[in-house]
Design a binder for this molecule. Sequence first.
Ligand code: GAP
Length: 588
Amino acid sequence: MQNTEPNKLETIASLCKRRGFIFQSSEIYDGISGFWDYGPLGCELKRNIKESWWRQTVRLREDVVGIEATIIMHPAIWKASGHLDTFSDPMSMCRDCKKLLRSDHAWDIFADGDTGGAMADLFAGGAPDIGRVVAWIKGRGKGVAPNLAAVKAPDASIPHLAAGLASVTSSRDLYTLLATPAGATAPTRACPHCGGDMTEPRPFNLMFKTIVGPVEDPANVAYLRPETAQAIFAQFPNVYATARQTVPFGIAQMGKAFRNEVTPRNYTFRSREFEQMELEFFIKPDEAVELLCGRVITLADNPDLATISDAWGWEVWHKYWVEQRKAWIISAGLPADSFVEYWQKPDELAHYARACVDIEYAFPFGTQELEGIAARSDFDLSQHQKHSGKSMEVFDEALKLAANKLDDTAKAAFTEKVAADWTARGKSADAARAFVARLFDGKYIPHVIEPSSGVDRMALALLCNAYAEETVTDEKGKSEVRTILRFAPNIAPIKIAFFPLVKNKPELYAKAREIFSGFQRRWNCFWDESGAIGRRYRRMDEAGTPFCVTVDFQTLDDGTVTLRDRDTMKQERLTVAALKEKLETILD
Ligand code: GAP
């Protein structure tokens, strides 16, 4: 993905470090790649994101409950889920510089790095002729990509380059041509760092391994969870037995996940340790809905997504959750036009998935996945039933009664209809018949819709969206650039900053402390008594604080304070009671 605003991410990262949002992990030891720490403002931002998600996904619903599972679980879980066998990225190593990289990221790394820039320069003014290319490989190329075949043996490469240039239309083509030695039978897979020859891609499993107990034996290997979702599936029978919920209902979890990403990139976007917020929303299979309701509502029926119906099929539930997720993203402060829905094409879907939508945000480095909403059929629970030998079925009395109302002919017709439908989808007719027989007994394994989001990606998107620079001119005509984070008030790390106008007047100072303490009980507030008021405002603008309150001499006379709005910079005087009422309306 091409870096669309190359400097913006660096500017934001620099602000994040300066203001205490995000620090490199273990920085005093030169850092550790792919790991990030959140400072005082960053941890409040993340907490607000998580609290908002939890409130909207769990607390405000009667059909979703939460769990908090361990990070290390029985390794059999990862066998059943498929992570042990297939959770991998293609990895290559450069035979020259020995760097390891994710093969499918090679051109992104190239585009974002010095090599891509140097190739683009060669294209300035049109496709380069052999003279410019030869000058480049004998000059600048030695510093930029010393292991390109043409840079290593410039004179021997000239005829081969002259012949190949005719088919070069992009900087990638040119880079590949320069990397491929004369006489080679296939183009070289060029290392984006040095131009060397990369090995064939090999799958690299992303799960971090650890040992449980004191004995370093393969039998004691366990894994740090690469997603929070699997614990929800593994605990499904316990939650179902205790939560007094019936299908459809959801189980939510948020927490740490770990992936040994081959090339962690783009600041916190692809980290090795991150947090997820995941919901598994269990629904009836469409066949059960049909038995119970006599029909299945699909998207073709243009259903009203604001009114949940017993007759909704998986397609409608999936769309419902896409809309729910979008509403939450907007409520957290990302404008509707800053992200897009990407509906995966049939050939991109996992074999068990019926549909998957990625919500993609326009990050400065390109439009990339913020979160995903997948319709995963009954794959996960079925896998755990198969591998654990424990039943993942639910029993639905109403379903059994509905089936009992059918006579044998109707049952046979229903069974064959399902068998034909399954066969059309490449599934076994016998499996369909066995499934229908269980349905007639009122039993089925629930299907699932999975909205899965990343806290860190959301935090990064919110930071990118909130960042702004604007030129402001004061009453004396002096202009300056103010940097501002325009967070939505509900997500802003600090809600209100309190400033005593001066700190050397005990009565005024005490009054300001008193007002501050009253608000601090309710919202995250910040006390700042140092520097000119204007400078204090600027610091809070950079922290994204929506409101600043100044307590001055007039406060002692009439009990009013000055409220300053971050975005408009407008100030108004109001009583403390009116201030509280106003902020309640906005912040709660
Ligand atoms: N259970 C499904 C699942 O884990 P995923 O698309 O692999 O799906 C879901 O991950 C979300 O987790 C992503 O959309 C993203 O927000 C976040 N995420 C995944 N890998 C990440 C990484 N390496 N760094 C930061 N966030 C990540």
